[in-house]
Design a protein around this ligand. Structure first.
Ligand SMILES: Cc1ncc(COP(=O)(O)O)c(C=O)c1O
Length: 394
C-alpha cells in the first residue's frame, strides 16, 4: 500500500516520514497524480461547450467524477463543489435562504467543525432563525437533548464522524428522528467517507457534504449529495456561465440539473484526479482497514495513557482511528514540533472545533489520525517518538 504513495517514501528531518495527520488531509496515490498530470499534459481544455476533441476529453474526464460519485454513494444528485465547506455554505444559501423562515430552528451540535457552524451563524444574521446546539457529554452527543430539541426544527446539521474525537455519531437514529419531526438533515461526512461505505439513498439524509482530499483525492474539490425532494427546493446561489439555459438583458433561465449550482469554469483537473482516486478506492476494503486501524489506535491510546497523557478519543467499535490527547504540562505545539523533528507529522490546535475544545476544557489537543496506508510500525515509531519528547522535556 505505501508504495502507491510517493510521498510516503520521503524523509523529513533526516527520518522516514510517518504521516499521522490524515484527518487534515490524506496523501495521494500515484494514479491520482498521474491522472492530473496527464490531463494537463494532453487534454487540458474548458468543459461543456466547445466541440473540439480536447474539450470533449475534458468534459468526459470531469463528468466521469460525478458519475463515479453517484454510483459509489448511490445518489441521484451530486453537486461538485470545492469541498465540505463550500457544500455546507451552498446548503445555507441555496436551500436555507429559500426554505427557512423567521422563527424556524436549526439544530447543530457542539461537535461540529467550524464549517458546519459559521455558515448557520451567518444565516442567522440575515434571518431570525434559532440555532440550537446539542451538547457533548463524555465525548458523545447528548441524545436526550437532541430529542428534546427537535420540536419546531426545520433542519438538523450534524457531523457524521468527529475530526477531533473520531467518534461516529448515531447518524441513522438522528436521521430517522429528524424525518419523523419533519426536519431536513444535513450530514457533514468529511471524516466519514474516507472510513466507511455510505449509501446516501439508504441513509435517507437530504444533504451529505464531503471533500476529495480526505479520501486520497486532490484538494480544492468536494461534493454535495442532495435528495430529490431537497434538490427541487434549492435556488441557484452563484450566477454566471455554465449554470444558465438562456440569458437576455431582461432576465435569465437556469439549468435544471446540478450545473445550476456550479457557475463558472469548474475544477476540471481536480475532477479528473478525484475520478482516479474513486476508481482506486473502489478496490480498497474500507471495513477491513477500519478494524485494523481501530486496533492500532486503541493500542496507541493505551500506551499514551500509561505515559501520563489524557486521551479524549473513546475509540468505540465504529469510531475512526483518531487519537486526540494532551500532556499535563507540555504545550501541544511544542509536542508536535519535537515529533516533527523526528519525521512524525501530527496535528495540533483546536482542529476548527472551538466549541468542542471549550466543552473538553482545553485550548487544543495533539491529534494522531491513522489512514489505510498506516501500519503498526508507524504506531511504534510514533510511540517511540513520544518517549523521546518526554525525555527531552523531562
Ligand atoms: C468534520 C469536518 N468537516 C468539515 C471539514 C472542512 O473540510 P474542507 O476544509 O475540505 O472544506 C473538515 C476538515 O477538516 C472536517 O474534518
Amino acid at each position: 500500500m505505501k508504495e502507491d504513495f510517493p510521498i510516503l517514501s520521503r524523509q523529513v528531518n533526516g527520518r522516514n516520514l510517518v504521516y499521522l495527520d490524515n484527518a487534515a488531509t490524506t496523501q495521494k496515490p500515484h494514479c491520482v497524480i498521474d491522472a492530473m498530470n496527464q490531463y494537463y499534459s494532453l487534454s487540458n481544455a474548458n468543459v461543456h461547450r466547445a466541440v473540439h476533441t480536447l474539450a470533449g476529453e475534458a468534459t468526459e474526464g470531469y463528468e466521469k467524477c460525478r458519475s463515479l460519485l453517484k454510483e459509489r454513494y448511490n445518489a441521484s444528485r451530486a453537486i461538485i463543489t470545492s469541498g465540505t465547506t463550500e457544500s455546507i455554505n451552498l446548503v445555507a444559501h441555496a436551500w436555507g435562504e429559500a426554505n427557512l423562515e423567521d422563527g424556524d430552528a436549526v439544530i447543530l451540535t457542539e461537535m461540529e467543525h467550524h464549517s458546519d457552524i459559521v455558515p448557520w451563524q451567518m444565516l442567522a444574521e440575515r434571518k431570525s432563525i434559532e440555532l440550537r446546539y446539542v451538547p457533548v457529554i463524555d465525548g458523545n452527543l447528548d441524545m436526550d437533548i437532541f430529542d428534546a430539541s427537535l420540536d419546531g426544527a426545520k433542519l438538523v446539521c450534524v457531523v457524521h464522524t468527529s475530526n477531533v474525537l473520531g467518534v461516529r455519531n448515531p447518524i441513522e437514529d438522528i436521521i430517522t428522528k429528524s424525518k419523523l419531526a419533519g426536519a431536513k438533515v444535513l450530514i457533514d461526512a468529511a471524516q466519514a467517507v474516507p472510513h466507511e461505505e455510505i449509501d446516501f439513498e439508504k441513509l435517507g439524509a437530504d444533504f451529505l457534504a464531503f471533500s476529495a482530499h480526505k479520501m486520497c483525492g486532490p484538494t480544492g474539490i468536494g461534493a454535495l449529495l442532495v435528495s430529490e425532494s431537497a434538490f427541487e427546493k434549492m435556488q441557484p446561489f452563484m450566477g454566471g456561465g455554465d449554470m444558465i439555459q438562456t440569458v437576455s438583458i431582461t432576465g435569465s433561465t437556469y439549468q435544471v440539473n446540478e450545473h445550476k449550482f456550479e457557475a463558472g469554469t469548474p475544477r476540471i483537473a481536480e475532477g479528473v484526479g478525484w475520478a482516479a482516486a474513486l476508481e482506486w478506492m473502489s478496490n480498497i476494503d474500507l471495513e477491513k482497514h477500519h478494524s485494523r486501524l481501530i486496533n492500532i489506535a486503541r493500542h496507541v491510546k493505551q500506551e499514551l495513557v500509561s505515559k501520563g497523557m489524557t486521551v479524549y478519543s473513546q475509540l468505540g467499535e465504529k469510531d475512526a482511528a483518531v487519537v486526540s490527547f494532551t500532556h499535563p504540562s507540555i504545550h501541544p505545539e511544542d509536542f508536535a514540533r519535537l515529533l516533527d523533528a523526528q519525521g512524525i507529522a501530527v496535528r495540533t490546535g483546536h482542529h476548527c472545533a472551538q466549541p468542542l475544545m471549550e466543552r473538553l476544557g482545553v485550548s487544543g489537543t495533539i491529534r494522531a489520525s491513522f489512514y489505510i496506508y498506516n501500519d503498526e510500525d508507524d504506531a511504534t515509531t510514533f510511540l517511540n517518538g513520544i518517549d523521546r519528547v518526554l525525555e527531552a522535556m523531562a
